[in-house]
Structures are given as C-alpha cells and as structure tokens.
Design a protein around this ligand. Structure first.
Ligand code: HPA
Ligand code: ZN
Length: 328
C-alpha cells in the first residue's frame, strides 16, 4: 500500500516512450475502420498486443507496422498524441515527456501532416492537463544510411520548435549505429540533440553512439555494464540511460536469457544515470506507474531510489536549465 502510494503519486519525466507504441488497441481498431482498412492476420483489439506473439524483435516490429499504417491524417495524429499524453501520461503523474516519434513508421504520410497533428495533440493535452511535451524524431535503423540523411534533411527543412533532437530505433541487428554517422553529423551541425537505442547491442555500440554519432543519451544501454571502462566513462560523463523495465523484460531483451531488472540494478549500483520509462506502454501491458512499480518490486526500491530516477530524467532531458529548474 505504501509502495502503491509512492508509485502513483511520484511526479515523472518521460524520455523513452514511442508514440507509435502508445496507441491503445481499441484506437487502432477504430482508426482501421475509419480508413476502411483490414488489420491483417485476423488481428482484433483483443489479440493485437498479445505478448506471446512477439517472438522476436522482428515480430514485435511487424505489429508496430500494423499500428503505424492506420494513423494517417492530422486528426489521427492528434488523437493518438492526445491519448498518450493524457490517459497515458498526465494521469500517471508525468509532467514532461520527450516523445519518440517515428515518421518512417507511417509510410506515405507526409512529414508535415505528422508534425501538424502531433503538435496539435501536444497543445491540447497541455491545455487540458498541464503536461508539457517535446519531440525526438527517430531514424528507423532498418532503413538505409541515405534514408536516415533524408529524414534529418526533412526535419531541418520543416523545422519546428518542438523537435529537440533525433533518435535511432527499430532493429539493432539490422542497422548498426555506425551506418547513420552522416545523418547524425548533419543533425548535430543543425543544432539538434541526439540519442540512440542500444538494447541488445554490445558495449562498444555505446561508445560508437557517443563518439561517432554525438549521442548525449543512450536508450536502454543494458550491455554497458559488460565493459567496466565504458561504464566508468559514462558514469563520469553523467550519460543518461533510458531504461524500460517492463518492455525489456517481456520483450526482446529477456530473450537473451537474463532479465532487464538485474541489468538495471547493476547499472544503478555502478553509479550510472538511469531513468525509468515504458517504451511502448499498451503493447507491453504497462504504463508509467507500472514501470516504476515493477522496478521497485523487483529490486526493493523505495521513495528515494524512485525519486532519483525522476531527478535523473530531469537532468537528462533536453529542456534548457530554466525549464529544468521549474520541473524540480
Ligand atoms: N524498440 C525498437 N524500436 C522501436 C520500439 C521498440 O520498442 N518502439 C518503436 N520503435
Ligand atoms: Zn524504445
């Protein structure tokens, strides 16, 4: 009961939640009907997010493709953003979120349409609940290096104040970080902040992200603790690691044989700057409160440790110092 009070009441800052992974299954079904498209393979609201179907990251990403394909017009992007930030955010004490946005996940939809709808949803969510949000536009690492450059060029050509930076997501076994050095360099030259996923990848990918891509954060990063020297460097540099206990435990990471909770504990114990997030909340049956609950239960953490995760997220977010101070 004490823990429940802590995890529900704790103010949260969210740095690793994908919009495309935040859509309630009922919303997916409604949008499919609206656009007159069938969800393939007999998918329904009841079985769409069946964890057992995520046999590997590739299978999981195929479900993401189904979701991405039904979000098409400005109203759709407004709706999914609004729902993610209100019932999936503010209702859980999230004060601020840097939304991971995947334009390549919505084939055929103009970048401008996506951004117009998402930013309108952010504005309305803010007006109704006070939650504040910005955007991280993520390159799909299954794509070519040239596609990554093209996306960054699009971000720069249609520059919005809300887009603070770029990320790198989808399948690490297909797209290693170094493939995207040009896209990341271009982003850095344009003053965009940079982060990248490294969930299953080896520790040297963390170094590649920091040194070659100019990354300032690492999304997941569980294998950093396999290399003491890289870990020590990340401790010294206060590199934020955006960990996602429930998604990594259910999903792909657990496939490697050891749970994410133990990794998260090793990272915390090593002195790394760890944050807690949900990745793709309804797809893994989680939400911001539940990820804090899960890590607290698995590792015996209490208020001090959990509040520490929020403070790490404040430190690691890409707001300016004045806005960060307001969050504290
Ligand atoms: N993993 C990798 N890429 C993603 C995810 C994820 O959970 N969600 C959206 N893109
Ligand atoms: Zn992610």
């Amino acid at each position: 009961a004490e823990l429940e009070r802590i995890v529900t009441g704790l103010p949260k800052v969210s740095l690793h939640t994908h919009l495309i992974g935040s859509v309630q299954a009922t919303t997916v079904v409604e949008l499919a009907r609206k656009h007159g498209v069938a969800l393939d393979g007999g998918r329904t609201a009841e079985n769409l997010y069946d964890h057992a179907s995520y046999e590997d990251l590739g299978e999981f990403l195929r479900v993401l493709d189904v979701v991405g394909a039904v979000i098409r017009d400005v109203d759709d992007f407004h709706r999914v953003t609004y729902e993610s930030l209100t019932s999936g955010g503010a209702d859980h004490g999230v004060l601020y979120r840097e939304i991971m946005l995947s334009p390549p996940g919505h084939p055929g939809v103009p970048y401008r349409t996506i951004l117009d709808g998402v930013i309108a949803g952010m504005r309305d969510a803010h007006a109704d609940t006070g939650i504040h949000a910005n955007l991280v536009v993520a390159i799909n690492r299954n794509d070519s290096a040239a596609a990554g450059v093209e996306l960054v060029e699009q971000v720069i050509a249609d520059r919005r104040d809300e887009v603070l930076g770029i990320g790198l997501d989808y399948d690490e076994t297909i797209g290693p970080p170094e493939r995207f050095w040009k896209a990341f360099r271009l982003a850095g030259e344009a003053g965009l902040r940079r982060t990248a996923h490294s969930e299953s990848g080896p520790p040297h990918h963390v170094e590649t992200i920091l040194d070659l891509l100019g990354g300032e954060r690492i999304d997941h990063g569980y294998h950093v603790v396999d290399d003491p020297a890289i870990t020590a460097r990340c401790v010294a540099e206060r590199i934020p690691f955006t960990c996602t206990p429930v998604s990594s435990d259910i999903g792909r990471y657990s496939g490697s044989g050891d749970g994410s909770h133990r990794r998260i504990k090793e990272m915390v114990d090593a002195g790394l700057c760890v944050t807690i997030d949900s990745d793709d909340p309804p797809m893994f049956g989680t939400d911001p409160t539940h990820d804090y609950r899960a890590v607290a239960t698995a590792l015996g953490y209490g208020l001090d440790e959990l509040a520490g995760f929020t403070l790490n997220a404040v430190e690691g977010c890409w707001l300016d110092e004045t806005d960060k101070a307001a969050l504290r």
